[in-house]
Each structure stands twice: as C-alpha cells, then as structure tokens.
Ligand binder design. Structure first.
Ligand code: PLP
Length: 395
C-alpha cells in the first residue's frame, strides 16, 4: 500500500520494540551521546566496512546517531530524495552545497533572488577561495549564454527570497542537463509543498529552522539529493567541516514535523485571508504570494506546488517614513528576522536588498515582509488595520 507523505511523516522515527518487554515508545528519545562503544574490534571493523560501503551506520557523533537518522528519513520523505545530510543551520547547508560541488577556479550561476546571506558568503568566503559567482535573473536572462567552460553549478531559490518569485524548475533543469551542470535549489519556502528533485533539480536544501521546526526554538538545515556522486561529496565535505547537529535540536525537529502538514494548511488559509483584506486596501500597491491568484507566479505555483504557507510580502503606497510607522505600529506581528514559527512576524525590507532583484519593478516603493502565523485572522487584520490607520501622509 502506498501511503501519503503526511501519513509517512507521522510514523517515521517511531522507537523500535524492546525485545524483553515487547513495548516501544511512540517517539524516539533524543540520543545524546558524542560517541558509541563497540563490543570488540571485530564489531568496530564491521561497522566501518558497512559505513564505507555507503550504509548509514552510527559510529560517531559528527555524522549523527539514531535520532539524526530518523530526521534524515523525514527530509528524504519530504523532498522525495534518497540521501540527506543534516547541518547546524540552513546557511551551513548552503555553504556545504557550494563546498561539495565547487573547486577553486570554478564558476557558478546564482539567481539574483537568493537568500541575502549568500551574497555575504560570496564576499567573505567564495572570493577568497577563487570561486566566481555570476548573479542572473531567472526571468530575464538567457542562462545558456552566461555559461562558461568552468561553470559547474546553477544555484537558485524558488520561490525566491523577499518577493517569492516562482521559477520554472523543469526549464532550469533542461539547461543544466544540456550543459552537464549541477542544479541546486534552496527549498525553504517550499518545504513539504514543493519537490524540486522530482522537477529535475539535483540538490534541494531546506532551512529546518523555519517550518520543519515550526516553533522558533531551533536552528537546523538539511541537504537532500538522489545522486550517489553528490551524496558522497556532501557526506565527505560535511565530515571534513565537522558540521555536527545537536540531538536535542533534531528531536525538536522530529516533534515539529508531526504537525507540519496541518500547520502549513492553517498558515496558508490565514495568509489567503490576509491577502483578501490587503488586496482591497488603498495603502497596498501589490502582494507577493504565489498562492494568491493575482501573483504572476500563481500558474507555476498551481502547476508545481501542492500547497502554500504563511510567508508573503507587500509593497505600500506610502513614503518610506510612513511605511516605517506602519511597521512600528504593529502589535501582534513581532518585528524580527526569520519565519516559519507559529507566530506572526514583520520584516522591513531594505531597498538595497531589492535593488539586486530584477524581478522587482516598483522603483522606490517600500516593501514589508509578513509571516502570517497561527493567530486568528480577525485579530491579525485588526492589528494591520490599526497600523494602517496610524500612517499619516496620503500618497
Ligand atoms: C532562513 C533561511 C535560510 C537560513 O536558515 P538558518 O537556519 O537561519 O541559517 C536559508 N534560506 C532561506 C530561504 C531562508 O529563509
């Protein structure tokens, strides 16, 4: 019987039966140990042989123990992949992908809508390592014309950061295939509702810090692939970098996943309710949210995604100062980075962050990103309403 992904996620990571008592815990404990003891040298060598042949055998904490294996299984089920490497943060996952695929002297094409810290990583690390990035617009550039003899990877994010630009993953995959490039994507927005690997990507990474954890109480990342060669490079590089993940954080993520599907459903319903309110508000210029029927990426979202979440942006018919008043005035929306937890958050999007996104075409309009949490929609609308009221000038 083939089971739905949601059913699978509820049952992955159940504790195994204890033979003497014939019972098992419903949930797996957090296995907090830095190392394991082997019964004798034969057992140690046997474990090492199995490990060398690619089996996921526990030998030492850096590559994880049973709790970690269960979360790897979760990410593989979510992403439809066969290999998973856990990382201490989403950003560490991004860095791991770059370090596993690229060598000094090589070139990578990166979509201009990526998570901002990728640009910091470029300035502080990649340039020092002589790895060169060309940022490109997925909607406006002829990608094939940007490929050089030393290009090794196309790295994208769909939907993109800040403006949720939907990309055509199968089309990107066709370009990557034709030029023998690795196609890697940040699937944090789409985790659980979007499977880039089935659409032709080679690597999908997720910041588990967001919806997988779901409670704003942990940092974690995962890299998933179906390719043996990439899996080997990812595992070796992860070990070499010493990127260990705490079993307690893994345990929290395993618990978060049990409610992932139901949370995402409610986040989406709340976000669409907020969109219906914002869409008719005179202070709102445009909404950026692929599940919303007026978003330019809606058709791609309908084609490729099975659901939504609570992360959206809006541009305002207001001066920058007035937009800041709106942000400052919000009470239920906490002002802060990140998203994907149970709570609503607002982030002021700086114009300099948008100037490099060619998908952006609203000039100097102010943009605010909202994470719509699980509070009741009526309360969130009331909060937005009083913040709009506090805006003073009319534009
Ligand atoms: C938050 C985020 C990350 C990084 O995750 P951390 O765990 O905070 O390092 C990566 N990509 C996207 C799209 C994100 O939103």
């Amino acid at each position: 019987m083939t089971r739905s992904k949601n059913t699978k996620l509820l049952h992955i990571g159940s504790a195994p039966f204890d033979e003497p008592s014939q019972t098992a815990g419903v949930s797996l404990p957090s296995i907090r140990t830095s190392t394991v003891r082997f019964k004798n040298l034969d057992a140690l060598e046997h474990a090492q042989r199995r490990r060398a042949s690619g089996e996921r055998v526990v030998t030492y904490g850096i590559s994880g123990l049973q709790t970690h294996r269960a979360l790897e299984d979760v990410f593989m089920a979510i992403e439809d992949g066969t290999y998973c490497v856990l990382n201490p943060s989403g950003l560490a996952s991004i860095y791991l992908v770059f370090m596993s695929v690229l060598r000094s002297g090589e070139h990578v094409l990166v979509s201009d809508n990526v998570y901002g810290p990728v640009r910091t990583m470029n300035e502080t690390l990649l340039k020092r390592l002589n790895i060169e990035i060309t940022f490109f617009s997925p909607s406006q550039d002829d990608i094939a014309s940007l490929i050089r003899p030393n290009t090794k990877m196309i790295y994208v994010e769909s939907p993109g950061s800040l403006l949720m630009e939907m990309l055509d993953m199968p089309a990107l995959s066709a370009v990557a295939r034709a030029h023998d490039l690795v196609l890697a994507t940040d699937n944090t927005w789409g985790s659980h509702v979007y499977q880039p690997l089935t659409l032709g990507a080679d690597i999908s990474l997720v910041a588990g810090t967001k919806y997988i954890g779901g409670h704003s109480d942990l940092l974690l990342g995962a890299v998933v692939t179906n390719r043996d060669d990439l899996a080997q490079a990812l595992h070796q590089t992860q070990y070499a970098m010493g990127n260990a993940v705490s079993a307690d954080d893994v345990w929290l993520a395993l618990r978060g996943v049990k409610t992932l599907a139901i949370r995402l459903k409610q986040h989406t319903e709340n976000a669409l309710g907020i969109c219906a309110y914002l869409d008719q508000h005179p202070k709102v210029s445009r909404l950026y949210f692929p599940p919303w029927h007026k978003d330019p990426g809606h058709a791609l979202w309908q084609r490729d995604c099975s659901g939504g979440n609570g992360l959206l942006s809006l541009s305002l018919n207001a001066s920058a100062n007035d937009a800041k008043t709106f942000v400052n005035q919000l009470k239920l929306f906490g002002l802060g980075f990140s998203w994907g937890g149970f709570e609503s958050l607002v982030q002021w999007v700086s114009p300099s962050a948008l100037s490099s996104h060619r998908y952006w075409n609203e000039g100097d309009r102010a943009v605010v990103r909202l994470h719509i949490g699980l509070e009741s929609v009526e309360d969130l609308i009331a909060d937005l309403d009083q913040a709009f009221e506090a805006m003073t000038d009319s534009r």
